[in-house]
Design a protein around this ligand. Structure first.
Ligand SMILES: NC(=O)C1=CN([C@@H]2O[C@H](COP(=O)(O)OP(=O)(O)OC[C@H]3O[C@@H](n4cnc5c(N)ncnc54)[C@H](O)[C@@H]3O)[C@@H](O)[C@H]2O)C=CC1
Ligand SMILES: [Mg+2]
Length: 341
């Protein structure tokens, strides 16, 4: 009876899907995969996989670019067999999206296998995500960000924090359950505000000591418990560069995989031009400086990588195109260019 019900339900879903837009169809399909382990198991057997090794994504280099190859389920089963792994391992994967044709994408960490063996079998390498970020295109970068964040969350939430008992993931990996007391754990994200501060004619960019040489970005900071976004913007700008925000407005948001899983909430802010003297908090930042429109426009034209000048200093360069910091900077340039002289 249950099987008949499932078959009827799938047929109805299929017909329903054909009547709706690609986007709606994809979202409904992903929702079903998260809710229905049976359907998700089927999808795992016909979907494609992004591979990781201890959270390093598997990448192939084509020229100066990195690509994240999608491995078919049949190819993955062949590899698992070759390395004497049970094909059940597919079920350790997490769902990260689907194509317009509703072919599911999963991510799987093969950390229990010998890294070099897989690399030579698949002709590529497991690369630290942040190192590859500047060479990936936006679609690959956002899928890998989501995949790494989800895999990391599962790896660090194997036990219930109340009972200490093992938790079990659903097939899609959208939650974990402690079957002793029924507690459901959902993947977590930390809200982070990222703010591009302007004094009317210049914008403020900063760098942490851990950034690659010459790279500057907008100010960023985690929201504290109990804060509104507006309060976080005001506090972070005061804390990090000693300035008082005059006005602010929201621009856009983006998932970011570092240090764990963050929701970057991007804002523009202004400070009073008469009160724009920067006092850098050296515990948080290595440097913070006002940059003119010309300097920023020139930096946007540069390749996103360290470039040493003749005087030994590094030229200003900015986060990659698809990073929300880059988008804030582009928006500021556009606003400045539209301002009356
Ligand atoms: N997507 C983008 O364009 C950019 C993203 N970022 C990201 O923004 C994030 C936050 O920026 P930061 O200046 O480091 O933040 P921050 O200014 O709040 O300082 C980091 C410190 O905040 C504390 N903290 C509070 N809550 C935390 C939590 N949930 N997780 C980790 N640490 C927490 C820790 O003591 C940590 O050392 C970073 O992960 C960075 O990767 C930063 C710049 C550009
Ligand atoms: Mg900060």
């Amino acid at each position: 009876m249950a099987m008949l019900y499932q078959a009827v339900y799938r047929r109805a879903s299929f017909l329903w899907c054909r009547l709706h837009s690609t986007y709606v169809r994809k979202m409904r399909y992903l929702f079903e995969l998260k809710e229905d382990d049976g359907l998700c198991r089927q999808a795992q057997n016909s979907g494609t996989f992004y591979l990781f090794h201890n959270l390093f994504p598997f990448l192939q280099k084509v020229g100066s670019k990195h690509l994240a190859p999608q491995i078919s389920a049949s190819e993955l089963k062949r590899i698992l067999k070759k390395f004497k792994q049970n094909k059940q391992k597919l079920e350790d994967s997490v769902l990260i999206g689907c194509s317009d044709e509703c072919m599911a994408y999963f991510a799987l960490d093969l950390g229990s296998l010998e890294k070099m063996d897989i690399e030579s079998e698949l002709k590529g390498s497991f690369t630290e995500l942040w190192k590859a970020f500047f060479q990936l295109d936006g679609k690959d970068a956002s899928l890998l960000s989501l995949a790494q964040a989800l895999l990391r969350w599962h790896d660090t939430h194997k036990y219930c924090s109340k009972t200490g008992q093992p938790t079990q993931k659903n097939l899609a990996g959208s939650k974990r359950v402690c079957h002793t007391n029924g507690i459901i754990y959902y993947p977590q994200m930390s809200p982070v505000v990222i703010t591009l501060v302007s004094d009317g004619s210049r914008c403020l960019l900063a760098r942490q000591a851990s950034f690659p040489q010459g790279m500057y970005s907008a100010l960023a900071g985690f929201c504290d418990v109990g804060e509104t976004l507006e309060e976080t913007v005001r506090r972070e700008v005061a804390e990090e560069v000693g300035l008082e925000v005059k006005s602010m407005w929201y621009s856009a948001s983006q998932h970011w995989p570092f240090p764990n899983s963050s929701l970057m909430i991007a804002c523009h802010a202004t400070v009073w031009p008469q009160q724009n003297e920067i006092r850098v908090n050296k515990l948080e930042l290595e440097a913070a400086t006002w940059f003119s429109l010309e300097e920023v426009v020139e930096a946007l034209r540069r390749e996103p990588r360290p470039l040493k000048q003749e005087d030994g200093r590094f030229s200003l360069w900015l986060p990659p195109k698809w990073a929300i910091a880059h988008q804030l900077i582009q928006e500021w340039v556009k606003q400045q260019s539209n301002m009356p002289a």
